[in-house]
Design a binder for this molecule. Structure first.
Ligand SMILES: [Zn+2]
Ligand SMILES: [Zn+2]
Ligand SMILES: [Zn+2]
Length: 384
C-alpha cells in the first residue's frame, strides 16, 4: 500500500446537477464516510479534505470531483498520525471543547462547534432535561396560579355585596347563660350589618350578612392562641395548629367550612362579672377567632368583636394605636364631627372622647363602620 502523502484541496463545490451524485459517492468511498457526511464536506468548500491519501487515490478523487464541475487540486502533504475519536478515517483537527477528545473537521461541520459525539449527546440530554424541568415548573406554576386565582375570586366575590354572605358563628364553651345570650343576639348583628351597609349603599342588600350559629360545643383541647410576636413561620405553625384544633369542633357541630364565606369561632369564657372580648382574624382570610365573656344579656362587646373579625376577613384593617385608642382620623366613625364622638368605629372598638382616650360602646347603636373601613370592604368607592 502506497503511503498517504497527498490530499485533495476543494476550492469550489460542484454546481447542482446530476453529476453531483457520483462525485459525492466517490468522496464517501475514498474518505470512508456516509453519503450524508460526504455531502456536508462537499458543501464546506473551500477546504482541504481531512484525510491523507495515496497519490493514485488522490488523483482518482480529483477526477471524480472535476467531472462534477468542482474546482479542486491535489496537494502534497504528509498525513497526520492523529485520528478523530468519532470518525476513525479522518484526521485530528483539534480537541473537543468539552472533554479534550480528538475531533475532526467533519465533527465541527456536523455539530457547529469543535465537539465530540459523546459531549454532543450529553449536551442534548441536558437540553432535554432542562426543557422538561421548565415544562414541569410551568405546569406547577399554572396549577398554583389557577388555585390562587379561584381562591382570590371566591374572596373577591364576598366583597361584591351582590349576595348575602354566609357566615358561620361557632360558640365554643359550656352551655352557659353567656353562650345563650350571644346566640340570641346574633340577629342584632345581622341588623347592624344591614344598617351600616345602607349608610354607604342606600340601595344595598337588605341582609348583607347571614349568620348561622352553631354550638355551643366544648372543645376537646383548648383552641390555640397566637404568640405575641410571631414571624411568618410562627404564623404558619399557628394556622396549622388552629386548623387541627378546629377540625373536631367542626365535626362536633356538623359544620362544613366550604359552605361558608367566613367562619367565626367565639370562645365563650365562663361566668364572672364584666364583659370582655378580644380576637384574631386573618386579613382577607376566612377565619376569625374571638374570646369573650358575656355578663348578663348584653352581648355588645362580643358582637362588636365578631363584626371586627368578620370585617378583617373581608379586608378591613385595625384603626387603633398602641394604647388601643382610635387613630385620627381613620379611626373615627364620623370624621366630619369633632371629638368627642358619638360612636365607636368597629375596627377600633372604642368611642373616642378625646385624643388618646375613649369609652366602650354600650350598644351596637354606638358602633359604626367609618369611611376608611367602608372603602376597604368595598362598601364605598369614595376616598375618605
Ligand atoms: Zn470527527
Ligand atoms: Zn468531547
Ligand atoms: Zn383587629
Amino acid at each position: 500500500m502506497s503511503p498517504s502523502t497527498h490530499r485533495v484541496q476543494l476550492l469550489r463545490a460542484p454546481p447542482p446537477g446530476p453529476a453531483v451524485g457520483p462525485a459525492t459517492l466517490a468522496l464517501a468511498r475514498t474518505l470512508q464516510l456516509s453519503r450524508t457526511e460526504a455531502g456536508l464536506l462537499l458543501g464546506a468548500a473551500p477546504c482541504v479534505l481531512p484525510r491523507g491519501l495515496a497519490p493514485d487515490a488522490a488523483a482518482g478523487l480529483l477526477r471524480a470531483l472535476q467531472a462534477a464541475g468542482a474546482e479542486a487540486r491535489v496537494l502534497e502533504a504528509p498525513a497526520s498520525a492523529g485520528r478523530c475519536s468519532d470518525h476513525a478515517a479522518l484526521e485530528d483537527d483539534g480537541s473537543c471543547e468539552g472533554c479534550g477528545a480528538r475531533t475532526c473537521a467533519l465533527c465541527t461541520l456536523v455539530r457547529g462547534a469543535r465537539r465530540c459525539a459523546a459531549c454532543e449527546r450529553r449536551r442534548s440530554r441536558a437540553r432535554h432535561f432542562k426543557a422538561l424541568r421548565v415544562a414541569v415548573l410551568l405546569g406547577v406554576l399554572c396549577v398554583a396560579a389557577g388555585w390562587a386565582f379561584s381562591v382570590q375570586r371566591g374572596r373577591d366575590a364576598r366583597t361584591a355585596w351582590v349576595r348575602p354572605l354566609r357566615v358561620a358563628v361557632v360558640l365554643v364553651g359550656e352551655d352557659t347563660r353567656g353562650s345563650r345570650a350571644l346566640a340570641d343576639s346574633a340577629p342584632e348583628l345581622e341588623d347592624w350589618f344591614a344598617r351600616e351597609l345602607r349608610r354607604y349603599r342606600p340601595e344595598g342588600l337588605e341582609r348583607p350578612v347571614q349568620l348561622q350559629v352553631f354550638g355551643p360545643v366544648v372543645a376537646g383541647t383548648p383552641l390555640p392562641w397566637p404568640a405575641e410576636d410571631g414571624g411568618w413561620l410562627a404564623r404558619l405553625r399557628y394556622a396549622r395548629a388552629l386548623d387541627a384544633a378546629l377540625a373536631p369542633v367542626n365535626a362536633a357541630v356538623g359544620l362544613t367550612p366550604r359552605g361558608y364565606d367566613a367562619r367565626l369561632y367565639a370562645v365563650v369564657e365562663p361566668g364572672g362579672a364584666g364583659s370582655f372580648a378580644e380576637g384574631i382574624g386573618a386579613a382577607g382570610g376566612e377565619l376569625g377567632l374571638v374570646r369573650v365573656r358575656v355578663d348578663g344579656a348584653d352581648a355588645t362587646l362580643a358582637l362588636t368583636a365578631l363584626a371586627h373579625e368578620l370585617l378583617h376577613c373581608l379586608g378591613a384593617t385595625d384603626k387603633y394605636d398602641a394604647g388601643g385608642h382610635a387613630r385620627l382620623p381613620e379611626g373615627l366613625a364620623e370624621p366630619e364631627r369633632a371629638l368627642p364622638q358619638r360612636r365607636a368605629e368597629v375596627m377600633v372598638g372604642e368611642v373616642p372622647l378625646a385624643a388618646g382616650s375613649g369609652r366602650l360602646p354600650e350598644s351596637l347603636e354606638e358602633v359604626s363602620v367609618g369611611p376608611v373601613t367602608a372603602r376597604e370592604v368595598h362598601w364605598s368607592d369614595v376616598a375618605p
